[in-house]
Design a binder for this molecule. Structure first.
Ligand code: BG6
Ligand code: MG
Length: 215
């Protein structure tokens, strides 16, 4: 088996937290009279919290001091934490659990590679934590996707080389990060957005590892 490990993004791949990020950013934007659209939220996928705020401020043509930005980042995250506090195993995306069990049986090592600093809470609330041999999230990296750091650290934590890793990503920036890490990238979602990926599937429903991971 050439490939030894599977590295998963969290938001949008294992759980649909994009709706909660959207709700929290939209509420924050309303503070300064800005209405964030769903298309703009799409562009925030995979982007760190700090970089997301900078993008929203640029779209809104809004200047802010560092102090004000820090206060907004806390406000957004407090709201987001409140929204995810109700998450449960029912919010794991369709087909994900069977796929994780499948790759576990096939002997793949499994790691998380997420930009989120809230990954641990989400993994625990949904019961997904038990599937992971290593967890690398926004608290462990200094450079966010499309920089490959998060996935390279994942490979290192699993003690495998990058070229034996397969990354699962729903964001353009994440697919780019995987390719820059020298890994195989499987895009989850829209083929137009994820054209850099080696393979693309709409979601994990009915997906068998033995079929998908044939390269
Ligand atoms: C990514 C999400 O996984 O994590 C982004 O796609 C989010 O939308 C980023 O901004 C950071 O998340 P958090 O939980 O640290 O604010
Ligand atoms: Mg994602």
């Amino acid at each position: 088996m050439k490939y030894k490990a599977c590295l998963f993004d969290l938001d949008g791949v294992l759980v649909d937290t994009a709706i909660y990020h959207f709700q929290a950013w939209k509420t924050l934007g309303a503070n300064f009279g800005y209405i964030l659209t769903e298309a703009q939220n799409e562009q925030l996928k995979g982007v760190s919290r700090v970089a997301s705020l900078d993008r929203i401020l640029a779209w809104a043509n809004k200047e802010a001091t560092q102090e004000q930005k820090n206060a907004w980042l806390i406000e957004k995250n407090d709201h987001y934490l409140q929204l995810i506090s109700h998450m449960n195993p029912g919010e794991i995306l369709p087909g994900v659990l069977l796929f994780l069990e499948d790759i576990q049986k096939l002997g793949y090592r499994i790691a998380l590679g997420s930009a989120s600093k809230n990954a641990q809470i989400i993994l625990e609330k949904t019961g997904l934590a038990t599937y992971f041999d290593a967890i690398i999230d926004g608290n462990h990296v200094s450079k966010s996707k499309p920089d490959p750091e998060v996935f390279l650290k994942g490979a290192e934590a699993l003690q495998v080389s990058p070229e034996t890793c397969i990354v699962f990503e729903d964001a353009e920036a994440g697919v780019e990060a995987a390719k820059r890490a020298g890994m195989m990238a499987i895009g989850i979602g829209d083929a137009h957005v994820l054209h850099q990926a080696d393979k693309i599937i709409p979601n994990f429903t009915g997906v068998l590892a033995s079929d998908l991971l044939k390269f």
